[in-house]
Ligand binder design. Structure first.
Ligand code: FES
Length: 353
């Protein structure tokens, strides 16, 4: 790697490597810069203009998310002029926003709400025409409230750049501009994968998870980090738990394996956790049916059956097949049990081929 260059941010001498944007250098050095259209998973966009900074020798503020950091630059991230401009941008966004935070699904987890509060943006600074569009619930997983969209493009960009499905893009022009499917068709009629990536990228309440609507907002839930059990990739996410029930799955953007990205199963396939048909006690075959048993009784029965099988046919007739849905530790334990307790080397895993 080439030797680092230096620049000054807010009077601090900072080292950085070529190829970074000013925003990236700021964030690596714990310097807060407000953003709405930026998402670490996406290419820089420069749409919202909240991330503007002053650069010495440059007459107008520039978006830090799209401006490359250069050696010798002197950048300031907070000035009265920047505060005034950011507040104006926020007030323009609020001028066409329902401002119904009291009942909004995203309240407490909304970038627009947080920054409007931080900058003291007024709701009525620029009164004018507002969108009055219906809420769209034309699929089982995602609710779209176009009135709450700030056209940051994060949903369409993640659908195109990361998922590569291209289900939604920015449609129309001028006041009518909004993310939508081709000809406004329901997502279920198009190639939507229902991965919920667009929901995870939305900084407002425009796109929300339909299954968890009304069950609790971000401040009401405990977030439990876990690993998805649907395949061997090992994606991480947060189970959002309220009153001992999982009401939603949200992205963990710091997850090393998936960086917040999930598929439909990981994000929406959590109903089984509390499903009433779920088997919660061991069942022992009894005639044509099954009867409930204790774990001790079930494990003793299985052990005795294995013992008689091994005594009759030898340990090499026993093998263990494990699954990539299990954890590494579980797979290791199965292999150890087959090799050490049974005395066989017949061990395999569905992920081997
Ligand atoms: Fe830079 Fe939106 S974050 S313009």
């Amino acid at each position: 790697m080439s030797s680092p260059s230096t620049m000054k941010i807010n009077g601090r001498e900072i080292e950085f490597h070529k190829g970074k944007t000013i925003l990236e250098v700021c964030r690596e050095n714990d310097i807060t810069v407000p953003t709405l259209c930026h998402d670490d998973r996406l290419k820089p966009y420069g749409g919202c203009r909240l991330c503007i900074v002053e650069i010495q020798g440059v007459p107008r503020p520039l978006a830090s998310c799209t401006t490359p950091a250069e050696a010798g630059m002197e950048v300031t991230t907070e000035t009265p002029r920047l505060t005034r401009l950011r507040k104006t941008v926020l007030e323009l966004l609020l001028s066409n926003h329902p401002n119904d935070c009291m009942c909004c699904e995203a309240a407490g987890n909304c970038g627009l709400q947080t920054l409007a509060y931080q900058y003291g943006a007024r709701l009525d600074k620029y009164p004018g025409e507002q969108w009055q569009l219906p809420i769209r619930q034309d699929n089982p997983f995602i609710t779209y409230e176009p009135n709450k969209c700030i056209v940051c493009g994060r949903c369409t960009r993640i659908c195109n750049e990361v998922v590569m499905a291209g289900t939604i893009s920015i449609t129309n022009r001028g006041f009518e501009v909004m993310p939508d499917t081709a000809f406004g068709k329901p997502r279920s009629l198009l190639n939507c994968e229902f991965c919920g990536q667009c929901v995870s990228a939305c900084p407002t309440g425009a796109l929300t998870d339909r299954k968890g609507r009304g069950l609790g907002r971000s401040a009401d839930v405990k977030k439990v980090k876990t690993t998805c059990t649907y395949c061997g990739t090992g994606c991480n996410f947060f189970l959002n738990v309220k009153d001992d029930r999982v009401i939603r799955v949200t992205s963990d953007l710091s997850a090393p394996v998936n960086k917040g990205n999930l598929c439909i199963k990981g994000r929406y396939g959590y109903d089984f956790i509390h499903h009433e048909d779920r088997i919660t006690t061991p069942l022992i075959k009894d005639g044509d049916g099954f009867r409930e048993a204790s774990w001790d009784e079930a494990l003793e029965l299985v052990a005795s059956k294995f013992n008689s099988l091994i005594a009759e046919h030898g340990p090499e007739k026993v093998g263990g097949f494990s699954s990539s849905r299990c954890t590494n530790e579980e797979n290791y334990l199965l292999a150890k049990w087959v090799r050490c307790a049974v005395g066989s080397n017949n061990v395999d895993n569905c992920a081997r081929v």
